[in-house]
Design a binder for this molecule. Structure first.
Ligand code: PGA
Length: 218
């Protein structure tokens, strides 16, 4: 049986002190999490904290970046590229609806982001919002995140998420995650579905204690 993936997307939250406090609290549960052989945790902090978060890396706790430049290294002021991210993370989120909407990320850009992730050995977690969305070649992990469910406290039904995951799996050999208002009380209803391999947690990951409960209940 493959592991249940639980991704923490910390978004653009936490300054240095807050990030340290999160790490300190999370680290108290590191041994317990390591003993959960059937679960894999991927924590995605903001870029400045990728290095500090590497202190929690273990066999089933990994680090991911929340974004990646659509360009390779070069004269692209302000960008953080795949080659740089690879030193700190194993995974990268691509295609989040917040980036598509607020930063005008197009399918072309997402394609480049995926290509560069793969070129440098990063595993892209490709997020899609509708069942019609195209998934770039080479992607193995995808996340279904309907816009209405993100940050709203109104998750999609596990039944619908499972159906969408099933449709995605008919198109390729993907591990499919669900994201959108996942909390400790509802996580199991998603992870227990046949076609879902795990969850992506935004708001519910900001408080380390709630995130630990999510991991325990998943
Ligand atoms: P949410 O966000 O858990 O706060 O709904 C999920 C996401 O945006 O990845």
């Amino acid at each position: 049986m493959s592991k249940v993936l639980i991704v923490a997307n910390l978004k653009s939250y936490k300054n240095l002190d807050e990030a340290k406090a999160w790490l300190e609290e999370f680290s108290k549960y590191k041994d317990e999490i390591q003993s959960l052989q059937n679960k894999e945790i991927i924590i995605c902090p903001s870029f400045p904290y990728l290095f500090s978060f590497s202190s929690v890396i273990s066999e089933n706790i990994k680090i991911g970046a929340q974004d990646i430049s659509p360009f390779d290294e070069g004269a692209y002021t302000g960008e953080v590229n795949a080659k740089q991210i690879k030193d700190f993370a194993q995974f990268v989120l691509v295609g989040h609806s917040e980036r598509r909407t607020n930063f005008g990320e197009t399918e072309d850009m997402l394609l480049k982001k995926v290509e560069l992730s793969l070129k440098y050995g990063l595993e892209p977690i490709f997020l899609f919002q509708n069942k019609e969305d195209t998934i770039p070649n080479g992607v193995k992990i995808v996340g279904y995140e309907p816009v209405f469910a993100i940050g709203s406290g109104n998750p999609d039904t596990p039944h619908n998420a499972d159906n969408i995951a099933n449709l995605a799996k008919a198109k390729g050999d993907y591990q499919v995650l669900y994201g959108g208002s996942v909390k400790s009380e509802n996580v199991k209803s998603f992870t227990s579905k046949d076609n879902l391999s795990g969850v992506i947690v935004g708001g519910g990951s900001l408080d380390p204690e709630e995130f630990i409960k999510i991991i325990q209940n998943a």
